[in-house]
Write a protein that binds this ligand. Structure first.
Ligand code: NAI
Length: 325
């Protein structure tokens, strides 16, 4: 997809961070933008930004895990703009940090429900509508570099993101005959409000095995303030969409990063490789611990003090600090 003029773009999580950056960039490129977000305050702020910008932007408050509400949102788009979107950006996501073995069912159900389930809901809701509209288009989902570089300190997140990468590869092949391109954006750190994820965690899924409190949230606000600018990221996404690229990585040397990911799996195939990989992991864990306790690393300062990545204090049997034993 190269021409964005007058195309309808539907952006989940468009009220903040990466999604808000996309709303700015694709609106600038000529799209009519629908911002769908669970947080009313994020929606209001985003819509207020566009008020005097001569941009065609429509807001819908939506929880992407709610399939009925998602279908109603799709109906609303057709009513407002006369067609389903030609550009679907599955961007909304949440995260949570803590030792893998402390994870509760609710940690999995919440994080995977939003980060994987929400993307699936976007695909199942919109793909048939986009195909039937016959206008082609493009779908991009935001996974994460964490979907390749898996971490036992945020297992439900890593697993959901890895699954989104796989999901997009399947759709990439499947949607070619319909003129619908598919991409998966895999960023590292983004300057965003994702540290506040737990604010939208549903009450019935509130039982967590992770240490989550105002101190850990404050730490994450600090941590993510060092991330990439969302508008710069959205520009890279746009370029990747124009190039019809399946995997879009905003790094200087993505190929080398992918080679090191593949090397990890190659290592795990043999006993010698497994030992080598275990040593590498242990070394990285020590580096991470040192960074967490260091005063010199702005990004990680306060991590240990905030208790970030640790188990819920009610759990007494966990040895790990979120970075493996
Ligand atoms: P953000 O929190 O600033 O933006 C996410 C938006 O999604 C928020 O406005 C939030 O209200 C909304 N949202 C959350 N749950 C929702 C739901 N159930 N239904 C609808 N909207 C919902 O965070 P950020 O960082 O911009 O996140 C965007 C995407 O980028 C996510 O998929 C995240 O996993 C991914 N990502 C973020 C990274 C980072 O360092 N912040 C790194 C790599 C990927």
């Amino acid at each position: 997809m190269k021409d964005f003029k007058d195309k309808v773009a539907f952006i989940t999580g468009g009220g903040s961070g990466a999604g808000f950056g996309q709303a700015k960039v694709f609106s600038e490129a000529g799209c009519k933008v629908v911002i769908a977000d669970i947080r009313k305050d994020h929606l209001d702020e985003a819509l207020a930004y566009f008020k005097d910008k001569n941009a065609d932007v429509h807001g819908i408050q939506l929880d992407i895990t709610d399939r009925k509400a998602y279908a109603e949102a799709a109906d609303e788009v057709e009513k407002v703009y006369g067609s389903p979107p030609q550009l679907l950006l599955n961007t909304a996501g949440v995260n949570a940090f803590g030792p893998c073995e402390a994870s509760t069912f609710e940690d999995y159900d919440w994080v995977m429900g939003v980060d994987l389930g929400g993307v699936i809901n976007g695909m199942v809701t919109f793909v048939p509508r986009m195909i039937q509209a016959g206008k082609g288009g493009h779908i991009a989902s935001v996974a994460s570099w964490g979907g390749f570089s898996l971490s036992s300190g945020c297992t439900p997140y890593s697993v959901a993101k890895a699954a989104v990468i796989g999901l997009m590869e399947c759709y990439y092949e499947a949607l070619k005959p319909y003129g619908i391109g598919v991409s998966c954006l895999c960023p590292g750190g983004i300057r965003s409000n994702i540290g506040e994820s737990s604010y939208t965690r549903p009450e019935h899924l509130s039982n967590t095995g992770y240490n989550t409190n105002e101190k850990t949230i404050e730490f994450m606000r600090h941590h993510y303030s060092f991330g990439m600018d969302p508008v710069d990221l959205a520009k890279i996404l746009k370029k990747g969409i124009e190039n019809e690229q399946l995997i879009i990585m905003p790094f200087d040397d993505p190929e080398q990063m992918m080679r090191s990911t593949l090397e990890r799996w190659v290592n795990y195939c043999t006993p010698e490789g497994t030992r080598k990989q275990d040593e590498l992991r242990a070394k990285r864990r020590e580096e991470m611990r040192a960074r967490m306790n260091s005063d010199e690393d702005n990004m990680m300062t306060g991590a240990a003090e905030a208790g970030w990545g640790k188990a819920n204090p009610s759990i007494t049997w966990v040895k790990n600090d979120g970075f493996g034993s």
